[in-house]
Design a protein around this ligand. Structure first.
Ligand SMILES: Cc1cc2nc3c(=O)[nH]c(=O)nc-3n(C[C@H](O)[C@H](O)[C@H](O)COP(=O)(O)OP(=O)(O)OC[C@H]3O[C@@H](n4cnc5c(N)ncnc54)[C@H](O)[C@@H]3O)c2cc1C
Length: 391
């Protein structure tokens, strides 16, 4: 049986987040845009984030996917996707508190006390550092090295485009520990505190995110700071990237819904040649195409989330959702800007902000081309059969 309805709990969660976004986040949008345009740091500031998280926590909204034994809500991936879609209705990149990188749950007991629990509590901040100037899509080409010296490892290398790298007080760093094996058993993940000696520099981008470049020059880390097993870091990196790929198009979906609502509203009121532009087929088709793609994207996202929930190999479904979401969200925001004419291009409306931010979806956590590579490879090698989605 296929059931497209939400459970009562999912509906309640969706409605709660929708209200939170409308009451607490959207009213901050104009002020954030005003600050950005005056040259301040983009997005919400640390105080605002802290207050919003505390407010949500009062309603027990804390640690969406964090297991209950760690004080979280332990919600399932489908519900997480629904939450992400609601959050996507604002361009502010707010996340609820109480979360930690999924691979930190592989930490040993001491590491859990030092890194995982304080991250969940919001006392510590992490960043995930695999990309290097010479290794992005081809993550196996990383060259940062870690060389053992007694009870320590000495890390050298550079990481780039690291989200949260300016604010993090520790990094999940992937370095080559065995040149011969490389990504096949020769990459290790280290938990590296800022006090161990790495430095960061912000990278200016066209959107809200300001990732960092990190430099490691003879940074000494205790052997005890290896996360997981020595040499098995590449698998952890893939686990980090693979876990929540569907959440990126889920967030874009919410943005598309908001944008299409704006376009519908505008086209009803904007008059040209004596009648609303909504009367023109050219405008109606843009609205119809956008709605069709939004509904297709919703099903792709929820299907990928459902596969994660079922414990199936979800990589193929996640790649499809990420690719389609990136491409279609960019087409939709472009149409919505077009429907708004000159107003769409101004900074009086948030459309240009969505436009700049949604562009990133086609690049990070696997570019469009890399998703296509995965999808085609799965089919050509026979790992996945055309039309076999329903088993
Ligand atoms: C804002 C932002 C935040 C980021 N956050 C993080 C983070 O937190 N941690 C982290 O480790 N990394 C992060 N990244 C890095 C990101 O994942 C990489 O930028 C991305 O994987 C692409 O790598 P690249 O930039 O080196 O492009 P390249 O790999 O150099 O690709 C350049 C172009 O060639 C194409 N291409 C590459 N290989 C192929 C191929 N085999 N076939 C066809 N086309 C190909 C690509 O699709 C792209 O169009 C972030 C990036 C950005 C922009």
């Amino acid at each position: 049986m296929i059931d497209f309805s939400l459970s009562d709990e999912q509906r309640a969660v969706r409605d709660w987040v929708r209200t939170f976004v409308e009451r607490e986040l959207m009213p901050l949008e104009n002020e954030v845009l005003r600050r950005e345009r005056a040259g301040a740091e983009p997005g919400l500031n640390a105080n605002e984030v802290r207050e919003l998280r505390a407010l949500a926590r009062k309603s027990d909204f804390w640690g969406v996917e964090t297991p209950e034994e760690y004080g979280g809500m332990g919600l399932d991936p489908v519900t997480a996707a629904i939450i992400e879609t609601e959050l996507g209705r604002t361009f502010l990149t707010f996340k609820f508190g109480g979360e930690a990188d999924n691979i930190l749950f592989h930490a040993n007991e001491q590491q859990k006390r030092d890194y995982l629990l304080p991250t969940i509590d919001g006392e510590r901040r992490s960043c995930f550092a695999i990309t290097e100037p010479g290794a992005g899509s081809d993550a196996k080409a990383i060259r940062a090295t870690a060389v053992r010296d007694g009870d320590e490892w000495v890390i050298n290398g550079e990481k780039t485009f690291i989200t949260g790298g300016n604010e993090a007080d520790f990094a999940l760093v992937f370095a080559v520990t065995d040149q011969d094996k490389g990504a096949n058993g020769g990459v290790t993940c280290f938990l590296v505190d800022r006090e161990h000696g790495w430095t960061s520099e912000p990278i200016d981008t066209m959107g809200e995110r300001r990732p960092a470049s990190l430099v490691f020059q003879d940074v000494r880390v205790p052997h005890a700071n290896i996360l997981g097993e020595e040499g098995r870091g590449f698998e952890l990196a893939m686990k980090w990237i693979g876990k929540g790929r569907y959440l990126l198009p889920a967030r874009a979906l919410g943005g598309c819904e908001r944008l299409l609502d704006m376009a519908i509203e505008y086209s009803r009121t904007r008059q040209t040649f004596g009648s609303p532009i909504a009367d023109r087929q050219a405008i109606q088709w843009m609205i119809a195409d956008s709605q069709t793609e939004i509904e297709a994207l919703r099903l792709l996202v929820l299907h990928a989330a459902w596969q994660v929930e079922q414990g199936h190999d979800s990589r193929h479904a996640q790649s499809i959702a990420k690719l389609y979401g990136g491409v279609k969200a960019n087409e939709i925001v472009d149409r919505v800007m077009q429907i708004h004419g000159g107003m769409g291009y101004t900074r009086e409306l948030p459309i240009e902000r969505f436009y700049r931010d949604l562009r990133l979806l086609r690049i990070f956590e696997g570019t469009d081309e890399i998703q296509r590579r995965t999808i085609a490879r799965d089919l050509l090698k026979g790992h996945v059969k055309v039309g076999a989605t329903l088993g």
